[in-house]
Design a binder for this molecule. Structure first.
Ligand code: KIV
Ligand code: ZN
Length: 517
C-alpha cells in the first residue's frame, strides 16, 4: 500500500479511567470519571476503557454510567478470564450502543507459575473459554496476554491463534512491566503478525508501560510493525511509572508523518484541556518539562533560541502550541463585565451550567475581579471547576480568618455549613495550614490521614489564584479534594473540605456489599 496517499488509521484506546486509575492515589469519583469520559469522546478517542466492573461497586457504576453517557466512542470494560468477571463487565456495559469486553490472562512462565499457579495448557483452555463466553455478549471482544512481552513466542502464538479462532477481534499485547525495548517490541508484533495463521482476522494492539521510559517508543515501534491500535492514557497516568502518554503518541504521529504515515481520529486541540482536567482531578501534577503538556514544553528561555524563534518559528519549534489547544493567556473580563458576557464566556470555555451554578460562579467571579487586576481564561476555569466540583458537598466552607507570622501562635477561625447548620471554631496549629486543618478536624472529627498537600499557581503573578489539592486516605482508600482561591489558605480549606465530602460519599458507596477485585 502507498502510505503517502492512503495513510492507515490507528485506533486510539484510552485507559485513563482503568489503568490510569490504578496509580496509587489517582482515584476518581463518578462525576470526575464522567467528565473525563466526556472530554475523551469530544477529542475523538475511539475506545474508552471505563473500568474493571468486577473490582468494586464503584467501578461497576462508573462503567455503567459511562456506557449511558457516551454515544460515539466504544466503551470497554475489563474482565479476567472467569465467567463472573465477564458477566459483570457485560452487565455494566449494557447501556452502551457500542461496547467491548476486554478479557485477559497471563501467559508468561513467571506469571503462570507464581501468580496463576496454572499449567500452560490450562491457561490455553481458559483463553478459548473466556473469549468464547465473552462473544455471547458482544461481537467486539479484545483479548490480552498479560506479561505478553515476557511470554514464550511459541506459546504466545498458540494462545493468540486460539483467541482469534474463539472470536477475539482485537489482540492486545501488553508490556506489563515496561521491560521491552523498541526494536524488541516491534519485532514481537511483527513475529505475531507473521506467524499466527489467522492474524488477518484481528487488529493487533500495543499496551506499553513506562518503567524504563520507553512506553511511547515501544508503542510506535509496534505500529511500525503492524499494530493498528495503541492503548494509552492522558499524561501517561497508570500503574507505577504509567502507560504510554496519549498526547505524546498523537503528536509524534502528527509531527512525523514522514516516518509514521498513519492517521488517528484525535482532534489535538483538546490535548491541553484533557491534560489539565486529569491532573486537577487526580492531583498528579504534570512535570514542567514533560513532553507536549509540561508548562515549559513550548517555552523558549535562552537568548539564542528566542532570537531564532523571532526570525522563524520553525528554527526551534517542531509543533505549534495552538495545535494542542494552548493559546496565549487571554484577558477574560473585568469587574464591569455583566452576567450575559460571563455566560457566553463559560460556553466558549466548554461549560454548560445550570442557572444556579452560573449565578454562584458569577458572584465568585465578581469577587475575584475585585481582588485580582486581570482575570484570565485559566482563572475562570479554576473558579468554575471549583464550583462544579463542590456542587454536591454537604459540608461547605463559609469563611476563614487566620493569624500567622513569626511571632505565633498561629490560629484559624473557621466557619462552615454542616448539613445546613452554621458552625464556628477556633484552632491553633504549627503554622497557618496546620491551624486551618486542625480547625476542620475539630468541627468534623475523622481518622483520615493527609497523604498529599499540593499548591499550584493558576497564572503568573503574586495575585494569582492558588489551586490546592488535598489527598486523604482512610482504610486504604484515598480521595483527592480541590480548592481554588486568591488566598492560599482559603483554597487549602476548600480543598480539605472537598476531600472530606468525597470521603463521606466513598464510605457510603463502598460499605454495603462491596466486591473484591
Ligand atoms: O498492563 C497490563 O498487562 C494490563 C492488562 C490488563 C491489559 O493492564
Ligand atoms: Zn496495564
Amino acid at each position: 500500500m502507498n502510505h503517502s496517499t492512503h495513510p492507515e488509521k490507528i485506533t486510539i484506546f484510552d485507559t485513563t479511567l482503568r489503568d490510569g486509575e490504578q496509580s496509587p492515589g489517582a482515584s476518581m469519583n463518578l462525576d470526575e470519571k464522567l467528565r473525563i469520559a466526556e472530554i475523551l469522546e469530544e477529542m475523538g478517542v475511539d475506545v474508552i476503557e471505563a473500568g474493571f466492573p468486577v473490582a468494586s461497586n464503584g467501578d461497576f457504576e462508573a462503567v455503567n454510567e459511562v456506557s449511558k453517557l457516551i454515544k460515539s466512542s466504544i466503551v470497554c470494560g475489563l474482565a479476567r478470564s472467569g465467567r463472573g468477571d465477564i458477566q459483570r463487565a457485560a452487565e455494566a456495559l449494557k447501556p452502551s450502543p457500542r461496547n467491548r469486553i476486554h478479557t485477559f490472562i497471563s501467559t508468561s512462565p513467571l506469571h503462570m507459575k507464581y501468580k496463576l499457579q496454572m499449567e500452560p495448557d490450562e491457561v490455553y483452555e481458559a483463553v478459548i473459554e473466556s473469549v468464547t463466553y465473552a462473544r455471547n455478549f458482544t461481537d467486539d471482544v479484545e483479548w490480552s496476554p498479560e506479561d505478553g512481552s515476557r511470554s514464550e513466542p511459541d506459546f504466545l502464538c498458540r494462545c493468540v491463534e486460539a483467541a482469534i479462532n474463539a472470536g477475539a477481534t482485537t489482540i492486545n499485547i501488553p508490556d506489563t512491566v515496561g521491560y521491552a525495548v523498541p526494536d524488541e517490541f516491534g519485532a514481537l508484533i511483527a513475529m505475531l503478525v507473521d506467524r499466527v495463521p489467522n492474524s488477518d482476522k484481528a487488529v493487533y494492539s500495543t499496551h506499553c508501560h513506562n518503567d524504563l521510559g520507553l512506553a511511547v517508543a515501544n508503542s510506535l515501534a509496534g505500529v511500525n510493525n503492524g499494530a493498528r491500535q495503541i492503548e494509552c492514557t492522558i499524561n501517561g497516568l497508570g500503574e507505577r511509572a504509567g502507560n504510554a502518554a496519549l498526547e505524546e503518541i498523537i503528536m509524534s504521529l502528527r509531527t512525523r508523518q514522514d516516518r509514521l504515515p498513519f492517521v488517528t481520529n484525535i482532534d489535538t486541540k483538546y490535548i491541553t484541556k484533557a491534560s489539565k482536567l486529569v491532573s486537577t482531578i487526580t492531583g498528579f501534577s504534570v512535570q514542567p518539562n514533560k513532553a507536549i503538556v509540561g508548562a515549559n514544553a513550548f517555552a523558549h528561555e535562552s537568548g539564542i533560541h528566542q532570537d531564532g524563534m523571532l526570525k522563524h518559528a520553525q528554527t526551534y519549534e517542531i509543533m505549534t502550541p495552538e495545535s494542542i489547544g494552548l493559546t496565549q493567556s487571554k484577558l477574560v473580563m473585568g469587574k464591569h463585565s455583566g452576567r450575559h458576557a460571563f455566560r457566553v464566556k463559560l460556553k466558549e470555555l466548554g461549560y454548560e451550567l445550570g442557572e444556579n451554578a452560573v449565578q454562584e460562579a458569577f458572584l465568585r467571579f465578581k469577587d475575584l475581579a475585585d481582588k485580582k487586576k486581570e482575570v484570565y481564561d485559566e482563572d475562570l476555569v479554576a473558579l468554575v471547576d471549583d464550583e462544579v466540583l463542590r456542587a454536591n458537598d454537604v459540608i461547605k466552607f463559609k469563611s476563614l480568618m487566620v493569624v500567622c507570622g513569626s511571632k505565633g501562635p498561629q490560629t484559624a477561625e473557621l466557619e462552615m455549613d454542616v448539613d445546613g447548620k452554621i458552625r464556628k471554631i477556633k484552632a491553633e496549629g504549627d503554622g497557618p495550614v496546620d491551624a486551618t486543618f486542625n480547625a476542620i478536624k475539630e468541627l468534623i472529627p475523622h481518622d483520615a490521614k493527609l497523604q498529599l498537600y499540593q499548591v499550584n499557581a493558576v497564572t503568573e503573578g503574586t495575585d494569582a489564584q492558588a489551586e490546592v489539592t488535598v489527598r486523604l486516605e482512610e482504610d486504604g482508600k484515598s480521595v483527592n479534594g480541590q480548592g481554588a482561591d486568591t488566598d492560599t489558605l482559603v483554597a487549602s480549606a476548600r480543598a480539605y473540605v472537598n476531600a472530606l465530602n468525597k470521603l463521606m460519599v466513598k464510605r457510603e458507596r463502598t460499605a454495603p456489599g462491596a466486591l473484591s477485585a
